[in-house]
Design a protein around this ligand. Structure first.
Ligand code: IVH
Length: 671
């Protein structure tokens, strides 16, 4: 007898979900791969015959085919906090004391200790039991939507068991956790990339982050990511304890890390930290510490947050991993500003998930202070940051004929003479046409926070400079005239060149502040570039400005103003700008458009921390609607917008009887 397709489809989905859960969440499969594939095949068959019965939470719908060109911003319902770090047991004692001081006297405090997974935090929103939105943390208030990529993680339920939901009345809830890549997957991925001549990832965290932000979910699905969930939030307020929430997550089918422990007191917390510091390397994934959370949600509420981290939780960080290896020699790297940085070339050694063959030595003073020499046996360390450093030298193993390191006499890249500014430790190559400086400047110009030209990375820039296609960054925009020659370069080919040329064309849309940052004016970082762009609105105005005018901008100091003046007085730079201008690059900012005049003539004061936007953004919104923002409260103030932890300005406003707006009320007003 032929079964009703709807019934069989649902039966198959439930079975597959059950086996996915067993395999990907519990790591306890109960059927063979073959049997599993048969189920999936049958479901696919039924669904292709009955396409109207396909639902988004069907196991066949994990991997979408839509490319996400841009990741849409997602406003988090409650802020995604980060944690204050703790580096020693003494600091743990302080943390416990502060927690108890923040609670009614004599109240008992229990802690949940969890492993701190070294990955990327994400938030998953479920509505009526179905996964609706997945987002990255972003700045804590607004993240990027990565739903399609998160759906490919097989341990993430696309829908949760509805019968549980009914009992618990969780018709809308949010879970948060950490997406990570297992060490084994990471190693394989890097091996593959190396074989294909692609850049390898520095560590599993970067590779998880990179994978999560890929445009094509089909590629994401091939690089298996994993997830641990550690946080459950629902408007319904009958959640009471963190350890119960973890159990509830488990019950709902989410993958939690079972190595958590409910600790009755600080001693038990310390024991947990010691235990995991000693056995962290036994895990198949990286952890970089222990997260300690006050167990009672009621107590968490009382304790609250300071700025962006909670008072009720902290991250105990493990000591960085160290290893000993041979320092073969020291080379000098020339940066885009000409500065020479010493680099330790090491005998390759595997440490904390990757092979290390180089470490930065910062500058000559540091080398002298640590007395580092070629041929030394050195201790290297890989902390939270990606770049490993040399910690110390094992002097007992030093050979007798070793010599102190000296600064080179000339630039190692171009042979030009070097100079040392009086107020700096670094030495500089004096030749602005030095190939290494050129490469550095072009690479910076094309980099992410600047013109963001996808595909124009280190390898291509080096190649194009060496082959004479690029002499400066303005040449990037004439590459399209050399297409025929470019496609003939070995290993490149038509498709990759066309993609690159499209990305270059696309970069012409970048706004003036990005362009200004991309120019690589010394001391002008992304933030300063934005301020300069907003103040002067065009490159002509900026290049004509006096040092005093530039310095009059809030938070712009004399080193920036001097450097800007120097940049524009160099004839070569003027020529560069002219060429970029001809290519159609944005050298001015549209004057801010006004959206309405509803705040015409009104004065606002901002105080405290805003959650959904920065102060700059709030100011922009007010000005766009015709209002003004001043820094102190007076009788002329019309509104005070009070964020979290507002202080004396709020008191003053209350005294003067000025209208006080909460952030939500302000958001309503500007809708
Ligand atoms: S709790 C207030 N628990 O560590 C709660 N975080 O800065 C904040 N992380 O952004 C997060 N494992 O990405 C929590 N078991 C865990 C975690 C964890 C890793 C990450 C998370 C967060 C960062 C803390």
């Amino acid at each position: 007898m032929k079964k009703n397709p709807q019934h069989r489809i649902e039966e198959l989905r439930d079975l597959i979900r059950e086996h996915d859960h067993r395999y990907f969440v519990l790591a306890q499969p109960s059927i063979s791969d073959f049997e599993y594939d048969q189920l999936l095949k049958e479901l696919n068959q039924f669904e292709s015959e009955n396409p109207h019965l396909i639902t988004p939470d069907s196991p066949t719908q994990r991997v979408g085919s839509d490319l996400s060109k841009e990741f849409k911003p997602v406003q988090h319902k409650t802020q995604m906090l980060s944690l204050a770090n703790i580096y020693s047991e003494e600091e743990l004692v302080d943390f416990d004391r502060r927690v108890r001081e923040g609670l009614p006297q004599g109240e008992k405090v229990e802690y949940v200790c969890e492993l701190k997974i070294d990955g990327v935090s994400v938030s998953l929103r479920y509505i009526d039991g179905m996964l609706k939105v997945a987002a990255t943390r972003g700045d804590g208030a607004v993240g990027d939507e990565v739903t399609n990529n998160v759906r490919t993680i097989r341990s993430v339920p696309l829908s949760v068991k509805r019968n549980f939901l009914k009992d618990l009345l969780l018709d809308e809830f949010e879970v948060r956790g950490e997406v990570y890549m297992e060490l084994e997957t990471f190693k394989k991925l890097n091996e593959e990339r190396e074989l294909n001549g692609e850049k390898t990832f520095a560590n599993p965290r970067n590779s998880a982050a990179g994978t999560l932000k890929l445009q094509d979910p089909q590629v994401v699905a091939k690089r298996p990511l994993q997830i641990f969930l550690y946080y459950l939030f629902s408007e319904k307020d009958d959640l009471k304890y963190q350890h119960e929430n973890l159990q509830l997550l488990d019950l709902l089918g989410f993958r939690i890390n079972k190595n958590f422990r409910l600790c009755k007191n600080l001693d038990e917390v310390i024991e947990f930290c010691r235990e995991w510091e000693a056995k962290k390397d036994e895990l198949p994934y990286e952890i970089d510490g222990v997260v300690i959370k006050v167990n009672s949600l009621k107590q968490q509420k009382i304790l609250g947050n300071i700025a962006k981290s909670p008072r009720w939780a902290a991250a105990y960080k493990f000591k960085p991993k160290q290893a000993t290896t041979l320092l073969n020699n020291i080379t000098w790297q020339v940066g885009r500003t000409g500065s020479l940085t010493p680099v330790a070339e090491l005998k390759p050694i595997f440490l904390a998930g990757s092979t290390i063959s180089r470490a930065t030595l910062h500058n000559i003073d540091e080398i002298r202070r640590k007395d580092i020499r070629e041929g030394d046996l050195v201790v290297i360390e890989k902390g939270g940051d990606v770049i490993p450093k040399v910690v110390s030298v094992d002097l007992s193993k030093r050979s007798e004929n070793s010599e102190e390191i000296k600064l080179p006499n000339t630039c190692p890249a171009c042979g030009s003479k070097l100079f040392k500014p009086a107020d700096e430790v670094a030495v500089y190559c004096d030749n602005s046409l030095c190939p290494e400086q050129i490469k550095g400047r072009i690479l910076h110009f094309a980099s992410r926070g600047a013109m963001d030209i996808e595909g124009l990375g280190e390898a291509l820039v080096n190649l194009f400079v060496d082959l004479g296609f690029l002499h400066d960054y303005s040449d990037i925009y004439s590459l399209n005239q050399k297409r025929e020659k470019l496609v003939n370069i070995e290993r490149l080919g038509e498709k990759s060149i066309d993609n690159l040329l499209n990305a270059i064309e696309e970069s012409k849309k970048r706004s003036f502040d990005k362009v200004l940052f991309a120019l690589g004016i010394r001391y002008v970082g992304a933030g300063a570039a934005k301020k300069l762009a907003q103040h002067f609105l065009s490159i002509d105005k900026l290049s004509e400005a006096t040092e005093e005018e530039i310095e009059s901008i809030h938070e712009i100091g004399p080193s920036i103003s001097k450097s800007v003046k120097r940049f524009f007085s160099d004839e070569n730079n003027s020529k560069l700008i002219e060429r970029l201008n001809k290519a159609g690059i944005n050298f001015s900012l549209e004057k801010k458009e006004t959206e309405s005049s509803k705040f015409q003539g009104k004065y606002f004061v901002l105080t405290g921390t805003l959650f959904s936007m920065s102060r700059e953004e709030a100011k922009e919104k007010i000005e766009k609607n015709g209002g003004h923002v001043s820094s102190s409260v007076s009788r002329n103030t019309h509104y005070v917008i009070a964020g979290e932890n507002s202080g004396s300005k709020l008191d003053k406003a209350q005294k003067l009887d000025i209208t006080i707006l909460t952030e939500e009320q302000f958001l309503e007003l500007i809708k």
